[in-house]
Design a protein around this ligand. Structure first.
Ligand code: NDP
Length: 270
């Protein structure tokens, strides 16, 4: 019987992870199954325990359970411990291991378009997604990393948390000053079709706008970024495929080629 994997969330019917992992498995000749599992909040831990007790090999965790999965794992990798959230689980020698591949997924996708070293980077948002990508972003040694958030106190708390990893500043949107080579939207404002109160001169010449959200049409943030003069505008579909590739590598020991899978996924979105 092929090794069994899942993506667990609530809801999870929208998840593209089965499409991505099936494509990786075909490409690399790996025999595995990968399904969706919707667990109600009361059933999350027991549902996961049952899956692994019945021989499950690993799973991805999506909204709203990434923080709870960090509490459920027996051991966290360093990057998952910093993120306080887990999107990848597998059964290791010491029990369930929890990792977070979102940050490395974002950085790999970004690096296809821009070398991050010595760049001025602005991270919008201070929720779970922002925290998850902070350490891998700092590891690229940007010249400047500023976190801006609607609730400025949350941005300050996140900057404080990351203080040991590199120099991080924080502010409210209204206090943003100067221009940036890269502006990453890690808020969920685009989900509600809302723009952010950003200043006119936000992007440097050739500046890149990245929205972690994705969909068929350009997101509200990417439309706003176009008006603000961002030369390159990318949604988070590449991050989704790259975080999956890192999970696949951890589980199977094989690095899949992400470019054709990203193309196929974008085609499937229409
Ligand atoms: P959280 O709920 O943890 O955080 C939400 C953040 O968005 C907070 O900073 C919040 O600000 C801000 N926010 C929400 N609504 C507004 C608004 N109307 N105006 C301004 N700020 C707003 O969410 P997550 O961090 O988990 O997720 C954020 C986004 O990242 C989602 O769109 C998600 O889909 C995407 N994501 C994409 C991934 C990918 O693979 N491409 C992976 C992970 C996440 P405040 O603190 O002031 O409330």
């Amino acid at each position: 019987m092929p090794d069994r994997y899942l993506v667990v969330g609530h809801p999870v019917a929208h998840s593209k992870s089965p499409f991505i992992h099936a494509a990786f498995a075909r490409q690399t000749g790996q025999s595995l199954s990968y399904d969706r599992l919707d667990l109600a909040p009361d059933d999350f831990e027991s549902g996961l325990a049952d899956f692994f007790a019945l021989g499950g090999a690993g799973c991805n965790i999506t909204v709203p359970y990434k923080e709870r999965a960090a509490g459920f794992a027996n051991r966290l990798t360093e990057r998952a411990a910093f993120a306080g959230a887990v999107n990848t689980l597998w059964l290791g020698d010491e029990g369930l291991v929890g990792d977070n591949t979102d940050g490395v997924g974002l950085v790999r996708d970004l690096k296809r378009h821009l070398a991050l070293r010595d760049r001025r980077v602005l991270l919008l948002g201070a929720g779970g997604a922002a925290r998850g990508v902070l350490a891998p972003l700092l590891a690229e040694q940007p010249a400047q990393l500023v976190i801006a958030n609607r609730s400025a106190d949350k941005a300050a708390a996140l900057a404080e948390l990351a203080a040991g990893l590199g120099r991080v500043e924080s502010c409210a949107y209204e206090a943003l000053d100067g221009d940036f080579d890269l502006v990453i939207n890690a808020t969920s404002a685009s989900l509600a079709g809302e723009t952010l109160p950003l200043p006119e001169a936000l992007f440097s010449q050739g500046g890149l706008a990245y929205d972690m959200m994705y969909g068929q049409a350009p997101t509200a943030f990417l439309r706003q970024a176009e008006q603000l003069g961002a030369a390159v505008r990318l949604d988070g579909l590449g991050m989704l495929v790259e975080q999956a590739a890192e999970a696949f590598r951890l589980w199977r020991g094989v690095q899949p080629d992400t470019a054709p899978v990203l193309l196929a996924l974008r085609d499937s979105l229409g």
